[in-house]
Design a protein around this ligand. Structure first.
Ligand SMILES: [Zn+2]
Length: 198
């Protein structure tokens, strides 16, 4: 099997709709969630229904980096935990980090919990610099120029103790964002953008 450094996403059928603007700042997001949770309102971007404490277990097989613990508590994201997660999800080929969209961690956390997994995610690809994305695009015509990996909103991952096809199906049913199944490579693309599936 060819070594894959990341999905050829977001594919032609998964392009981000025109006009979609990532809602990224952590503080603004936290306020929004807090405000909406009391109103029972909904917004275009997914608001993940979770408890007061949210945790995540992730690791990079290539480097051995990982994070295991709580990243959201008492109604707010833990900035130190987010920084650690940003490092784990960094662009390995460029050694660059970016502030990841914490809603991605909510998606991952929710999917892992729903899958009842006891293991850490293996993160194949997280953030991608424009240079890395362009490099991937030159290898595959399916690579989008507007991949959400470039916005820190996507991850390609797998749960070692769970079937990727089942994980993709469950994630798609949750309708938290984009879900792409890469059967031959055995991983799933998850993002916190618009709800899509491929
Ligand atoms: Zn991806």
């Amino acid at each position: 099997m060819a070594r894959i450094f990341g999905c050829p996403c977001c594919g032609p059928d998964a392009a981000v709709p025109p006009g979609f603007v990532p809602d990224h700042p952590v503080a603004r997001r936290g306020v929004l969630i807090a405000a909406l949770s009391g109103l029972g309102a909904s917004v275009a971007a997914p608001v993940v229904a979770q408890g007061a404490t949210r945790s995540l277990r992730v690791r990079r097989q290539v480097t051995g980096d990982g994070f295991e613990g709580v990243y959201f508590r008492d109604g707010r994201y833990d900035r130190q935990a987010l920084r650690q997660l940003d490092y784990v999800f960094r662009d390995l080929s460029r050694a660059e980090t970016t502030p990841m969209d914490p809603r991605l961690f909510d998606v991952l956390s929710t999917v892992a919990r729903q899958m009842d997994s006891d293991e850490a995610y293996e993160v194949i690809s997280g953030y991608r610099t424009p240079e890395t994305n362009a490099q991937n695009a030159s290898r595959s015509g399916r690579v989008s120029q507007v991949s959400l990996h470039m916005s820190g909103m996507a991850a390609d991952c797998r749960l070692p103790d769970r079937n990727s096809r089942e994980m993709a199906r469950l994630a798609a049913n949750l309708r938290l964002g984009g879900v792409g199944l890469y059967t031959s490579s055995g991983f799933v693309h998850l993002d916190c953008g618009p709800v899509r599936r491929w």
